[in-house]
Design a protein around this ligand. Structure first.
Ligand SMILES: O=P(O)(O)OC[C@@H](O)[C@@H](O)c1c[nH]c2ccccc12
Length: 262
């Protein structure tokens, strides 16, 4: 049976093929040189955790396939400034157009508006996208284990690390975590949302943190709403979080961010 993730990945393959025809690798390398060097993404999270705080990756997300439109007055630079002022460690920006109403221009604008490291939140299917991500200024990319074969993941990761970016490796169960740990990156995210069914279960984080080696930076992703959710996870040693929807729905994004991590 074909899942929503299968559909997204199929669309992404077509999209990337078209982009590759339109943009030369030489042009992307040239563009990458115009960007400021990668801001340390994992380092920013680790610094907050080491200081006894929470490392928050605050997400700039207009819409999603499961929720539809999340934020009508969508303003990436304003959200980026609010997240930084409120105490976020990093930003995540959706760039997938078809399913999330994202765009590369949102990442470019958000990164220019603040000093935080930014992860490009998109579906990587080809190492070429790592170079494209650096060319728009991304400091990190996402690898979704459920969407890729081992060899594909390793290739995409090598390309990203070679460009100085960090890689957040996203898993949803123990078998995926085992595959993730064969990669080089030690930045692991547990997505509480199953991308095949959209079901959200924060127990996933608790289940998998027990299997994560101590040298990993461990990030809980999706379905987190308030400070109490973070404090409950912190009691289990989890100090880094990726939060989108609950922040994007707030009138005062800065105050909401501060309430989470201040
Ligand atoms: O909006 P939430 O429930 O706070 O979740 C954010 C983030 O985890 C989610 O956007 C996400 C995690 N992994 C992804 C992969 C692709 C697209 C989106 C995602």
């Amino acid at each position: 049976m074909s899942t929503i993730l299968d559909k997204i990945i199929a669309t992404k393959h077509d999209e990337v093929a078209a982009r590759r025809r339109a943009t030369s690798v030489a042009d992307l390398h040239g563009l990458a040189l115009t960007r400021t060097p990668p801001r340390g993404f994992r380092a920013a999270l680790d610094a907050r955790a080491a200081a006894g705080g929470y490392g928050l990756i605050a997400e700039i997300k207009k819409a999603s396939p499961s929720k539809g439109l999340i934020r009508a007055d969508f303003d990436p630079p304003a959200h980026a400034r609010a997240y930084q002022a409120g105490g976020a460690a990093c930003l995540s920006v959706l760039t997938d157009l078809e399913y999330f109403q994202g765009h590369e221009k949102y990442l470019i604008a958000a990164r220019a508006a603040c000093d935080l490291p930014v992860i490009r939140k998109d579906f990587m299917v080809d190492p070429w996208q790592a170079l494209e991500s650096r060319a728009i200024g991304a400091d990190a990319i996402l690898i979704i284990v459920a969407a890729l074969e081992d060899a594909q993941m390793a290739e995409i990761e090598d390309a990203a690390l070679g460009l100085g970016m960090d890689v957040l490796v996203e898993v949803h169960d123990a078998a995926e975590l085992e595959r993730a740990l064969r990669l080089r990156s030690r930045l692991i995210g547990v997505n509480n949302r199953n991308l095949k069914t959209f079901e959200v279960d924060v127990q996933k984080t608790y289940e998998l943190v027990a299997h994560a080696p101590a040298d990993c930076t461990f990030v809980a992703e999706s379905g987190l709403n308030g400070r109490a959710d973070l404090d409950a996870m912190a009691a289990h040693g989890i100090r880094c979080f990726l939060i989108g929807e609950s922040l994007m729905r707030q009138d005062d994004v800065e105050a909401a961010t501060r309430a989470l991590v201040g």
